[in-house]
Design a protein around this ligand. Structure first.
Ligand code: CAP
Ligand code: MG
Length: 430
C-alpha cells in the first residue's frame, strides 16, 4: 500500500482555469526518482500536501490541490487554484510557491522562473505610483534616459564630502545622485546630515542650471526607522526614496509602499543580494520573478543589469527583466517567462548600472532603448578631469547615440568625451 499521494498532484494534460495562478519551474530529479515524482512534490508541498497519506481530509481539499502539468525532463508548470491565496498578501504567496519546496530531498535542484497572476489576484496590489510616463512628466525628461551616479568609493565620505560630489554630479548634467547600497546612517555620514546637505546643494544646482535635480537616498533600516527617514526626505523636498528591497524583504516593502505612496514619494529599488537567489542557473529564484514582485508591490524603478558591465546578467536576461517592468503585456519567453497581462498596474523603469562609463552608453541604449534610468558612477568619478567632466562626457555620449552619431565623431567637439574614450575606450569591465 502506497504511503504517499504525490501522484495526485500531477495531471500532465491539465489545462489551467482562467483564474489559476501558474508557476514555471526548472527542476532536476535525484537519482532513482522520476520527473513526475519530483513534479508531484513541487505541486504538493507548495499547496495542500504532506509526505504521507492522511486519515481524513476536509471536503474542500480536492478543489485546493495544485496540479503539475506540462512536465519535461527539467521544466514543469504548476497551476494553483485562486482560493489558495490571500488577497494582496505577497508574503503568503512566496511561502507557498517559494517555500519548503527548495529544500525537499525529492527535488535535487529547483529554480522558480516566473509566475503568471490572474487579474483577480493582481487587482489587490497598487503597483507603482506614476509609472514611466508620469515620472518623465514630473522630471520634464521626455525622451532620453534619466541619469544618475553614486559617489565613489561607495562609503567613506563625510556627509559634506558626499553632498559636494553630488553637486558636481548635478552640475555635470545628471538628474540624480544616488546613495550606494551599503550607505545608510554611519557615524561619519549621518542620514539626517546627508539629507540636509544634499537638499542645500540640490537647490544650488537647480538655481544654477534651471533643471530639476533629485536624489535616491537610501532609507534601508528597520521599518519604523524607514518611516522616520521617509518623513525627513519629504520635509527636505525629495520625492524619491531608495531601499535595498531584497534585503528589507517583502513585508517591509509592502509597508513602505503604502507609507511612501501617501507622501507621494517614488521608490528606487536597489537589488543588492539578488545574486544569492538568482545567479545559480539550476537553483533559486530568477530576477524576472523578483522584478514581477517589485512591480506588483509598487517600486518605480529597479536595477536590472547592463549585460556589458562588471556584473553578471546576459542580454536576454536584461531585456526580459525590462519587459517585466515596462510592458502593459509582458510577452512569454520559452523556459523563462509565462507572459503577464498587467491590467491597471503601472510601468516601472529598469535601472542599468554597474561598471558603466561613457564608452558603453551606445551598447546599453542598444539593449534597453531610452526608457531606463542610466547610472554611471565609477565611470564619471574616474574621469581624468573629475566628476563634473565625467557626467558631461556621459551626457555627450547619450546625445551622440540619440542623434545616431558615433562617439568618436562626437568626441571631436566634446573634449570631456574625448578624455573618457582615451581612458576607457569601449572596454567591458569584469
Ligand atoms: C555600481 C553600483 C551598483 C551596482 C549594482 C555598485 O557602481 O553602485 O550598486 O550597479 O548592481 O555599487 O557596484 P559602478 P546592479 O557604476 O561604479 O559600477 O545594478 O546589477 O544591481
Ligand atoms: Mg552600488
Amino acid at each position: 500500500m502506497s504511503i504517499d499521494w504525490y501522484n495526485e498532484f500531477v495531471d500532465v494534460d491539465y489545462t489551467p482555469a482562467r483564474d489559476d495562478l501558474v508557476a514555471l519551474y526548472y527542476f532536476e530529479s535525484p537519482e532513482g526518482m522520476t520527473k513526475e515524482e519530483s513534479a508531484g512534490r513541487i505541486a504538493s508541498e507548495s499547496s495542500t500536501g504532506t509526505w504521507t497519506t492522511l486519515t481524513s481530509l476536509p471536503p474542500r481539499m480536492e478543489a485546493l490541490k495544485a496540479k503539475a502539468f506540462d512536465i519535461t525532463e527539467t521544466y514543469v508548470k504548476v497551476a494553483y487554484p485562486r482560493d489558495l491565496w490571500e488577497d494582496g498578501n505577497f508574503c503568503q504567496l512566496k511561502s507557498g510557491i517559494a517555500g519548503n519546496i527548495f529544500g525537499m530531498k525529492g527535488i535535487k535542484n529547483l529554480r522558480l522562473l516566473d509566475c503568471r497572476f490572474p487579474q483577480d489576484y493582481i487587482k489587490y496590489f497598487k503597483g507603482p505610483i506614476l509609472g514611466i510616463e508620469g515620472l518623465r512628466k514630473i522630471w520634464k525628461v521626455h525622451k532620453r534616459p534619466l541619469t544618475g551616479a553614486v559617489p565613489k568609493p561607495k562609503i567613506g565620505f563625510s556627509a559634506h564630502e558626499h553632498a559636494e560630489i553630488g553637486y558636481e554630479t548635478w552640475m555635470g548634467g545628471f538628474d540624480f545622485v544616488k546613495d550606494d547600497e551599503n550607505l545608510t546612517s554611519v557615524k561619519f555620514n549621518r542620514f539626517e546630515e546627508r539629507v540636509n546637505l544634499l537638499a542645500k546643494y540640490r537647490d544650488k544646482a537647480e538655481n544654477e542650471t534651471g533643471d530639476r535635480k533629485g536624489a535616491f537616498i537610501n532609507i534601508t533600516a528597520e521599518t519604523e526607522e524607514m518611516k522616520r527617514r521617509a518623513d525627513l526626505l519629504h520635509q527636505a523636498g525629495f520625492d524619491y526614496a531608495m531601499m535595498d528591497v531584497v534585503i528589507v524583504g517583502t513585508a517591509a516593502l509592502m509597508t513602505m509602499r503604502e507609507y511612501l505612496g501617501d507622501l507621494g514619494i517614488a521608490i528606487h529599488a536597489h537589488r543588492a543580494m539578488h545574486a544569492a537567489l538568482d545567479r545559480n542557473p539550476r537553483h533559486g529564484i530568477t530576477m524576472q520573478f523578483i522584478a514581477k514582485e517589485m512591480r506588483l508591490i509598487g517600486v518605480n524603478q529597479l536595477h536590472s543589469g547592463t549585460a556589458v558591465g562588471k556584473l553578471v546578467g546576459s542580454r536576454e536576461e536584461v531585456t526580459s527583466i525590462a519587459d517585466v517592468l515596462r510592458e502593459k503585456e509582458t510577452p512569454a519567453r520559452e523556459h523563462m517567462l509565462l507572459g503577464q497581462d498587467w491590467g491597471s498596474i503601472r510601468s516601472a523603469f529598469p535601472v542599468s548600472s554597474g561598471g558603466l562609463h561613457p564608452g558603453l552608453v551606445p551598447d546599453v541604449i542598444d539593449i534597453y532603448g531610452l526608457d531606463m534610468i542610466l547610472l554611471i558612477s565609477g565611470g564619471i568619478h574616474g574621469h581624468p578631469q573629475g566628476t563634473r567632466a565625467g557626467a558631461r562626457a556621459s551626457m555627450q555620449a547619450i546625445e551622440a547615440t540619440m542623434d545616431g552619431e558615433s562617439l568618436e565623431e562626437k568626441a571631436k567637439t566634446s573634449p570631456e568625451l574625448r578624455s573618457a574614450l582615451d581612458k576607457w575606450g569601449r572596454r567591458r569591465p569584469k
